[in-house]
Design a protein around this ligand. Structure first.
Ligand SMILES: [Zn+2]
Ligand SMILES: [Zn+2]
Length: 160
């Protein structure tokens, strides 16, 4: 198994300290399970679903349960360390990037990419008197990698 997440370090790193502080600030406990779940999200930033987070956490922490993973994700969302990403009707995914950014969802491979927002990209005509608090940019289509695969398939068709 090539996955190497989480709990191999003995000393608390800065993100672990930050996690502990952020959790206690809103009255939640710092637990090794919450730490595990957060480290899984930081390790591979591919916007996993709760199910994928569970499978990855299990590799380093076999006793962790799905309910604990849900609970940990919930705690991390509540304290503002991760965000839920909802795209179309797909399962909720989780993202540890708390900078303002959008998401590109590839219809072909199902991967979700972070996209940076150009200054002013969020500019929309907001009716007078409305107070915007949050906006989301989500785009679906085909990613670079899937596009490459397609053009390879086309060129081999032509050479036949
Ligand atoms: Zn793709
Ligand atoms: Zn993201």
């Amino acid at each position: 198994m090539s996955y190497c997440g989480g709990v191999r370090r003995k000393t608390q790193t800065s993100w672990e300290r930050a996690l502990a502080q952020t959790l206690t600030k809103i009255g939640l406990r710092f637990t090794s399970q919450r730490q595990m779940v957060y480290s899984v999200l930081l390790d591979v930033r591919d916007h996993p679903t709760a199910e994928t987070v569970f499978l990855r956490s299990k590799q380093a922490m076999p006793e962790i349960s799905m309910a604990t993973v849900y609970n940990s994700l919930d705690a991390l969302v509540k304290c503002g360390l991760i965000a839920q990403v909802n795209l179309h009707r797909a399962a909720t995914r989780f993202c540890p990037n708390m900078q303002e950014h959008g998401h590109f969802y590839c219809d072909d491979c199902g991967r979700v990419y972070d996209i940076s927002l150009a200054p002013g990209a969020g500019m929309v005509d907001i009716p007078t008197g409305f107070e915007p608090r949050h906006f989301e940019v989500s785009i679906s289509g085909r990613c670079l990698e899937c596009g490459r695969g397609e053009s390879r398939a086309h060129s081999s068709e032509r050479s036949r």
